[in-house]
Design a protein around this ligand. Structure first.
Ligand code: HSE
Length: 408
């Protein structure tokens, strides 16, 4: 019998144990192995929990038990998760993690340790919750040159923006509701300021382009400044404001990775992704584009991905199937935000179409849509956008918000 240890008995860890025992017979049939959860590592005690007898609070019990072949890391954070996961891999135990911060900051090191120790380090649950995205990029789509991936990678902000869009709630009211419903963290800054989506972009970028892209290399802007007026004007223009994480290869070969609110036109599938759902669009030379959609957060959706990885670890024993990317010790391959080009949405205090037209001519950009309180111009770089804003301001118009427009 092969044994599993679960590190962290919070929302995701308890989901892994619950889903494992619910579907144990199926999982054993699928893997062809008898399996059981032997340990749950947590500093807390869980009196009355059906699996309380499995709880231990010393990682060494797991590390020193040769029966444990597979570890599900669901603790979150970098410390002590990094030390625990490194030690498990060094002991030859394959690890599946839901911890996006760990993968975004230490993925290159952990993948190398796994390889050196003939075991696997998998992290399907770290991006998009239940959505299979990591493995398809690594396997099904691996015959392609993938040029970009972009989408909604944070469920909490998507829920907030939907409430603003559909129910005309202000940002603060929508955030409060997300907290009441248990979607947002008590400290919601990692969600609303974009750090959570940034980590997921790092993982996608590193996997697709083969070099570790660290959080510092991702331009990150959250949704705190988005107002109901922005959302309503975007709606009038036929779009929705979404927090979009994106990584793409530029014509010069560098990688540009961003997290920012964008206006997504209604003809993109992404604009219709609501609530805590996530969606990732991927572009490649053979398949053109494909979209992955599903529950991006939550106990059992995330547990589903962790368990899927454990099943793969069992099936792949003594075969290193881990994805791989390298640390180049350089950021030369990463582009800064100055390389960003996109159509742009501007919200102004009230102005007429002639003012927008004159400013567009002055900045040498093309006007696509206008309303009395804003406009959209076609794709341009930041310098042209700045010139457009300056021309508007010289005409007495105040730019109250500017948001890039996503095009796919
Ligand atoms: N806080 C995250 C979200 C959880 O809202 O998407 C899943 O990573």
């Amino acid at each position: 019998m092969k044994k599993i240890a679960v590190l962290g008995y919070g929302v995701v860890g308890s989901g892994v144990v619950e889903l494992f025992y619910k579907n144990k017979a199926k999982i054993e049939k699928n893997t062809g192995s008898e399996l059981d959860v032997k340990y749950i590592l947590d500093l807390r005690e869980f009196p009355g929990d059906p699996y309380a007898d499995k709880v231990v609070n010393d990682i060494n019990i797991i590390l020193n038990d040769p029966e444990v072949g597979y570890v599900a890391e669901c603790m979150g954070g970098v410390n002590p998760a990094f030390q625990f996961v490194s030690s498990c891999l060094k002991a030859g135990k394959s690890v599946s993690t839901s911890n996006k911060q760990l993968v975004a900051e230490k993925g290159d090191i952990l993948l190398q340790i796994a390889k050196e120790n003939d075991c696997n380090f998998f992290f399907e649950a770290s991006v998009g919750g239940a959505i299979p995205i990591i493995r398809p990029l690594h396997t099904c789509l691996a015959g392609n040159d993938i040029s970009a991936a972009a989408g909604i990678l944070n469920g909490t902000t998507n829920f907030i923006l939907e409430k603003m869009f559909c129910d005309k709630m202000g940002f603060d009211e929508a955030l409060k509701l997300a907290q009441e419903l248990g979607f947002a963290e008590r400290d919601p800054s990692a969600d609303v300021d974009g750090a959570d989506a940034c980590r997921k972009v790092c993982i996608l970028a590193s996997l697709i382009f083969g070099k570790h892209v660290y959080p510092e290399s991702v331009y990150t802007k959250g949704i705190r400044d988005i107002t109901l007026q922005d959302v309503e004007l975007a709606q009038n223009f036929g779009g929705a404001v979404k927090l979009i994480g994106c990584t793409k290869k530029l014509d010069d070969g560098r990688i540009l990775s961003t997290v920012m609110p964008m206006v997504v036109p209604n003809d993109s599938l992404i604009s219709h992704v609501n609530g805590v759902f996530n969606a990732v669009m991927v572009w490649g030379d053979g398949f053109d584009k494909t979209m992955f959609y599903g529950r991006g957060a939550g106990k059992l959706p995330t547990a589903s991905a962790v368990l899927g990885d454990i099943i793969d670890c069992v099936k792949a024993e003594h075969t290193v199937m881990s994805h791989e990317w390298v640390n180049t010790n350089s950021t030369d391959f990463v582009a800064g935000i100055d390389a960003f080009e996109a159509p742009r949405f501007y919200r102004t205090n009230s102005f007429d179409a002639a003012v927008f037209e004159n400013a567009a001519k002055a900045a040498n950009v093309t006007l696509e849509q206008t309303a009395e309180n804003g406009c959209i111009i076609s794709s341009c770089d930041n310098a042209s956008s700045d010139a457009f804003v300056k021309a508007l301001e010289e005409a007495g118009a105040e730019v109250l918000a500017q948001i890039p427009v996503m095009s796919d």
